[in-house]
Design a protein around this ligand. Sequence first.
Ligand SMILES: *Cc1c(COP(=O)(O)O)cnc(C)c1O
Length: 486
Amino acid sequence: MKKPVKLLNELSKPGRRACSLPASDVPEASEKIPEKFARKEDAALPEVSEVDLIRHFTRLSQLNYAVDVGFYPLGSCTMKYNPKVNERLSRLPGFLNLHPYQHKDLAQGALELMYGLKEMLCEITGMDELTLQPAAGAHGEMTGLMVIKAALEHRGEKKRTKIIVPDSAHGTNPASATMAGFEVLVVTSDERGNVDVENLKSLMSDEVAGIMLTNPNTLGLFEERILEIAKIIHDAGGLLYYDGANLNANLGIARPGDMGFDVVHLNLHKTFSTPHGGGGPGSGPIGVKEELAPFLPKPVIVKEGNSYRFDYDRPLSIGKVRSFYGNFNVMVRAYAYIMTMGSEGLRRVAEDAVLNANYLLERVRENFVLPFDRRCKHEFVISGSRQKKENGVTTLDMVKRLIDYGFHPPTVYFPLVVPEAMMVEPNETESIEELDAFSEALNAIAEEARKDPELVKNSPKTTPVTRLDEVTAAKRPVVTWITEEE
Ligand SMILES: *Cc1c(COP(=O)(O)O)cnc(C)c1O
């Protein structure tokens, strides 16, 4: 278990300084700050020595949990360890210092990389054309839906204004559909955790523009009837959108393009070697089938002979969705990752991610409720509803206790269709020892919930602050030093 960290409360002591500057020998300016703006008293800043200052911030930095510190089982997020060599490559001076207005003749290497990445991502997803412009998954979703809208309007089908989204969907799906001007229809899940096909049929009409799906879905389960679903949507004149934020389970094994999807977005900052979290920068490319290619954002990168250029002559394009061409350095990492892994390596990623998730599930299944007892893909969802009912201990209590065992909590209370949900994604980069340690911690907490529920309910014990008001912490974060008077 982690040792509790002791934080000094108030380091400030009157008169202490972290630097000593010689007296100024610069003559005072003749023009002074107008009296009414001039400070009358010294600013209320902390007064500390250099050593106190350095130790304070270093100590704070050590309180951060990170993938480079330990296991981060956040479901639907793919918090995997990424090879450091890809970081180094994205910082090569030729890539790092390139200006977006650099003439194309002097940026052929960068254009070749973008073109190559686009080709490889098309191959991985089974798509025909792809844009690297969107800066995040949700941004890709909105771009993809705008493309769908433009394509349907081009077909002369203006009244297709509805998008179907499953009740297990990631929250960005209905949000993006709404932002792109669609109305959202919710399709329910069946008792195996799949889209309820009968319910889907009942929603179909000539007003449906399409469906947004994740496969494996957010329950970590593969949509067993995906080909049937694709047929139902296509037969009714709609299009299929694939949320490929987490492609870990499919790499080199299954392609959305072969399942019948027309549009797909990827999160390079989950699956393809850019750390996810901390707010970016990210990259959410979208790939499309031939029919939709003319509507992609412009410019599109094209190859002519042995050279590359941006093509702006795209009359049907929805236009630009971002300044310049997207987050280039994220593309460099993805390119380096795919090239170093190779097609065999990528397939291994998927196999190991799925194996790790199933191994972990087997190790904890006895102590938790399994809403859907099936083989999972890269992640699984269990429920703390038994502990809540029998011991009055919630999922939130149990994952807070995990912090005392030195682990970052998994995603909780999502997907919404599972009460007291815990969504765990171990991913391919964790060792069997780490998975064992994590499952032992979860099982120990289930035991504690039975024997000593108060212990679990009052956790964590080892952090400087225990339970935060998470809503206030997110909406009104206090990240600066505040004097007592305030
Ligand atoms: C992460 C995620 C998204 C959104 O990606 P952002 O880059 O955070 O906008 C969308 N769908 C699923 C399934 C995800 O896991």
